[in-house]
Design a protein around this ligand. Structure first.
Ligand code: PEP
Ligand code: MG
Length: 579
C-alpha cells in the first residue's frame, strides 16, 4: 500500500483500477519486485521483447518496395539489436539479483550502453546511441502499456476506470466528457487550470499536480482516490478499503441532504436574496443547471465548441447551440465570447502550432477575436440572433483596455445594423458586460463600468495575473492564493465600482463556487455568484446559514488584517460561526 499526495480538485472518493494513459515520453517507474514475483517479472520483460520483435517484423514487412533502402537497413539494425542477448542478459540479471522492476533494470542497462557509445571517438559509432534509445523506448512502451497503444488521442472504453496521465489539455478533457471514468489523476497541472475546471464539472474525484503519478501507479493497479484531500492510495489493504467505502456512503448521505435544498431559496438568515447561476461549457450542461435549479447561466464558455474539430463552427451552428441553451433553460444566459488562446487551443496545443513564450499574456480571448474578425463576427451575429429567442447577455472576456472595449462595442453596433439590413430579429437592447480578470481592468473598474451593462469578476485569471502565477503550472501553484490582500482589495474595488455605476456585479471564477469563500464574498458585497452546477447546492446551504450583518462586520476585520496568518484565522473563524 502506497499513499501519494497531489492537489485535490474535488469530487469525493473513487475506488477502482488505474488506466494509465501515456502522453509524450512516459517516465520510467522504479520499484522493488517481491521475491516471489521475480520469475513473473523476468517473463514480463521477455514478453515485451518478443512483442516488440513481432511488431518490428511487421513494420519491416509493410515497407513499400519502392521505399529508400536506408529505411530497411535502419530497421534491420534495430532488429539485430533486439535479437542480441547483450540487450536482455544484464537487465534479467538485475531483476533477479536486485529485485528491480523490468523497466528500471532495462533503463539502467541502456544508460550504461549509451555512456560507452558517448565516449567513442568515431562520430558514426557515437551516433549509434540514438538507435539504442529508440529500441529501448519501444520495449519500454510495451512494458508500460501492456501492449495497449495510444496515438496521443484520448482512447474510448475508459468507463469505470481511474485515468492516470501526465497531463491533459482542455480539449482532451472535452473528449473525455462522454466517457464515464470514475476518477482522474494527472502528474502536472493546477487546480484552477481549465482542465481541472472541466474535470470538476464531470463530478468525479480529480487530483492534479501529483508528481510521480506515472512513476508510482501502474496500469490496472487498484486505487483509492480522495478528491477532497488530494490523496491517492495504491493497492489499499482491506481495512483502508472499508474505511473509504464508509466515506463514500457518508458522502452519498450528504449529497441527499443537499439535494433536498434544490427548491429552497438562496436567502441569508437575515433575509437578503442571493442569485446563484451556473457556469457551463457545452449546451448539454443545461441538464446539470436545471437539476440544481440555478437562476440561469452566468458564464457560458463558448470556446469549447471550437475544440476537437478541424473547422470552427459557423454562424448557423452557433445559433442553434445558443438557442438550444436559452430555449431549453428558459432563464437568463450570459454568453461569453470566445476565450481561446493560452492553455485553450483548438488543437489541444499539440506541437506544430504557433509557439509564444508567455501565452497567457498573448493573443488570447478578446484580443484574438479583434485580430481575427472572420472568427469573431459569426459568433457575434449568432449571439445577437439568439437574443430574439430569450434573455441573452453578451460577456467580453479579458478586457484590459478601454480602446479595445470601444472597438468591441462599435463592432456589436455595426453587426446589429447588418442584421437589421439582412432582416434578422434580435434584442436591440441586449446587455453587454465585461469580465474583470486583468488587474488593469479591476483597478480602473469604474471607467469600464461606465461603458458596460454589467461586470463579472473572473477570479481564476484575476488571481493569476495579479500574483503573476501561471494557473496551469503546478510548480508555482502553492502561491495561488484567493485570500491574498491584493486580490481581496481588487474584488472589493470592482464590487464598489459596479454599485456606484448602478450595474450588477457577479463573480464567475472558481472562488464563487468554493464554500470556503462564500461568507467572505457576501461580506465584500457580492450578491450574484456563478459556478459549476455541482457547487450550487453547497453554496446555497452556506448562504442560508449566514447573516449579511455578521459577515459584513467580520469582513471589515479581515480586510484590516496585517498578516496572512491573522487573515486566514479570521476567515476560518467566520466560516465556523453559525448564525
Ligand atoms: C476566470 O478567469 O475566472 C474565468 C471564469 O474564466 P476562465 O476560467 O474560463 O478563464
Ligand atoms: Mg478567465
Amino acid at each position: 500500500m502506497l499513499t501519494l499526495h497531489g492537489a485535490g480538485v474535488g469530487g469525493g472518493v473513487a475506488i477502482g483500477n488505474a488506466f494509465v494513459l501515456f502522453r509524450d515520453t512516459p517516465e520510467v517507474p522504479n520499484y522493488v519486485v517481491p521475491e516471489a514475483q521475480l520469475d513473473a517479472e523476468v517473463e514480463r520483460f521477455q514478453a515485451a521483447i518478443r512483442v516488440t520483435r513481432t511488431k518490428m517484423r511487421k513494420i519491416r514487412k509493410d515497407i513499400p518496395p519502392d521505399a529508400p533502402s536506408e529505411i530497411t537497413s535502419f530497421l534491420d539494425a534495430h532488429m539485430l539489436m533486439l535479437n542480441d542477448p547483450v540487450l536482455s542478459e544484464d537487465p534479467i540479471q538485475t531483476i533477479r539479483t536486485e529485485g528491480l522492476n523490468a523497466e528500471s533494470a532495462l533503463q539502467r542497462h541502456a544508460d550504461s550502453l549509451t555512456e560507452v557509445f558517448e565516449t567513442m571517438e568515431d562520430a558514426y559509432l557515437r551516433s549509434k546511441k540514438t538507435d539504442i534509445a529508440q529500441v529501448v523506448s519501444r520495449i519500454q512502451n510495451e512494458l508500460l502499456t501492456f501492449g495497449e497503444e495510444y496515438d496521443g488521442r484520448v482512447p474510448d472504453g475508459l468507463d469505470g476506470q481511474i485515468v492516470v496521465t501526465n497531463d491533459l489539455t482542455p480539449s482532451d478533457a472535452v473528449a473525455l466528457r462522454h466517457q464515464k471514468m470514475s476518477a482522474f489523476i494527472t502528474n502536472l497541472g493546477g487546480p484552477i487550470s481549465h482542465t481541472a475546471i472541466l474535470a470538476r464539472s464531470l463530478r468525479i474525484p480529480t487530483i492534479v499536480g501529483l508528481h510521480g503519478a506515472i512513476r508510482y501507479i501502474r496500469h490496472r493497479d487498484p486505487l483509492i482516490v480522495d478528491g477532497h484531500n488530494g490523496v491517492i492510495i495504491v493497492d489499499p489493504d482491506k481495512s483502508t478499503l472499508k474505511a473509504y467505502r464508509d466515506r463514500q456512503l457518508q458522502e452519498q448521505r450528504l449529497q441527499t441532504e443537499l439535494v433536498s435544498l434544490t427548491s429552497a431559496a438562496a436567502v441569508t438568515s437575515d433575509g437578503e436574496r442571493i442569485s446563484l447561476f451556473a457556469n457551463i461549457e457545452l449546451p448539454e450542461d443545461i441538464g446539470a443547471t436545471k437539476a440544481v435549479d440555478a437562476g440561469g447561466v452566468g458564464l457560458y464558455r463558448t470556446e469549447y465548441m471550437y475544440m476537437n474539430r478541424a473547422e470552427p463552427p459557423g454562424e448557423e451552428e452557433q445559433l442553434a447551440a445558443y438557442v438550444r441553451v436559452v430555449s431549453g433553460l428558459q432563464r437568463p444566459i450570459t454568453i461569453r465570447t470566445l476565450d481561446l488562446g493560452a492553455d485553450k487551443q483548438v488543437d489541444g496545443g499539440r506541437p506544430g502550432g504557433h509557439v509564444t513564450i508567455n501565452p497567457a499574456l498573448g493573443l488570447r480571448a478578446v484580443r484574438l477575436c479583434l485580430s481575427n474578425p472572420a472568427l469573431f463576427r459569426p459568433q457575434l451575429r449568432a449571439i445577437l440572433r439568439a437574443s430574439a429567442h430569450g434573455p441573452i447577455e453578451i460577456m467580453i472576456p479579458m478586457v484590459s483596455s478601454l480602446d479595445e472595449l470601444d472597438q468591441v462595442l462599435d463592432l456589436i453596433e455595426e453587426i446589429k445594423r447588418e442584421l437589421t439590413r439582412d432582416g434578422h430579429e434580435f434584442n436591440e437592447n441586449v446587455p453587454v458586460g465585461g469580465m474583470i480578470e486583468v488587474p488593469a481592468a479591476a483597478i480602473a473598474a469604474d471607467l469600464f463600468a461606465r461603458k458596460l451593462d454589467f461586470l463579472s469578476i473572473g477570479t481564476n485569471d484575476l488571481i493569476q495575473y495579479t500574483l503573476a502565477i501561471d494557473r496551469v503550472d503546478d510548480e508555482v501553484n502553492y502561491l495561488y492564493d484567493p485570500l491574498h490582500p491584493s486580490v481581496l482589495r481588487l474584488i472589493q474595488r470592482v464590487i464598489e465600482a459596479g454599485t456606484n455605476a448602478e450595474i450588477p456585479v457577479s463573480m464567475c471564477g472558481e472562488m464563487a463556487g468554493d464554500v470556503r469563500y462564500t461568507r467572505l464574498l457576501l461580506g465584500l458585497g457580492l450578491r450574484i455568484f456563478s459556478m459549476d452546477p455541482t457547487r450550487v447546492l453547497e453554496v446555497k446551504k452556506t448562504i442560508r446559514n449566514s447573516s449579511i450583518e455578521s459577515v459584513t462586520t467580520q469582513t471589515c476585520a479581515i480586510l484590516a488584517a496585517t498578516d496572512s496568518t491573522e487573515l486566514r484565522d479570521l476567515v476560518e473563524r467566520m466560516n465556523r460561526n453559525e448564525s
